[in-house]
Write a protein of this length. Structure first.
Length: 179
């Protein structure tokens, strides 16, 4: 009798762990997308009908959870497809990280919210263009000048302010000379 009760008790504990693990898996979601070549550099590349806009294989895709504790890097497959399956609930930042031969022309990063009500986010698509695209409209890459100010508006505003102060001193000097 004691063995039967002990066996039933152990089975109940084992089943409760199994049910908990199954429920934890139910709270997971999927993020999927495509990586395509953008031959004209317009940031649009999936199902556009433009000749040459084809899937690109082997592009790194980085997934970062909203708490920034989980980072997963995958890559696009032969048809440009990538996917993160059984992803936990989070507001995932999805970033295309191609090598130096490619430039991302679409919005990068993209956001994929997974929750109880939204367990699948699809069409998280990236467009990339060859960095040395010659004879075609190519993506513009703007790099900052080393050591340059962020902008000159502060200097311009300061210059105008100094001019007003000097004009004020000049007018006051002139007024005192006439009295």
């Amino acid at each position: 009798m004691k063995k039967t009760v002990l066996t039933v008790f152990l089975l109940i504990i084992l089943l409760s762990f199994a049910i908990g693990a199954a429920q934890a898996q139910n709270n997971r979601g999927t993020i999927q997308g495509l990586v395509y070549e953008d031959v004209d550099g317009d940031g649009l590349c999936v199902d556009t009908g433009v000749e040459g806009e084809v899937p690109v294989e082997g592009i790194d895709i980085e997934f970062l959870s909203s708490d920034e504790k989980t980072t997963i890097t995958l890559y696009s497959g032969p048809e440009g497809i990538y996917g993160l399956f059984a992803a936990g609930q989070s507001y995932w930042r999805v970033t295309a990280r191609p090598n130096a031969d490619w430039v991302v022309t679409s919005e990068n990063p993209l956001w994929a919210p997974l929750s109880d009500t939204n367990r699948a986010v699809t069409d998280v698509n990236f467009c990339i263009q060859k960095a040395n695209a010659v004879g075609k409209k190519s993506a513009t890459v703007i790099l900052p000048v080393s050591g340059a100010d962020r902008n000159n508006l502060t200097g311009i505003a300061a210059g105008i302010g100094i001019l007003f102060v000097l004009a004020g001193f000049g007018l006051e000097y002139r007024r005192r000379q006439t009295n």
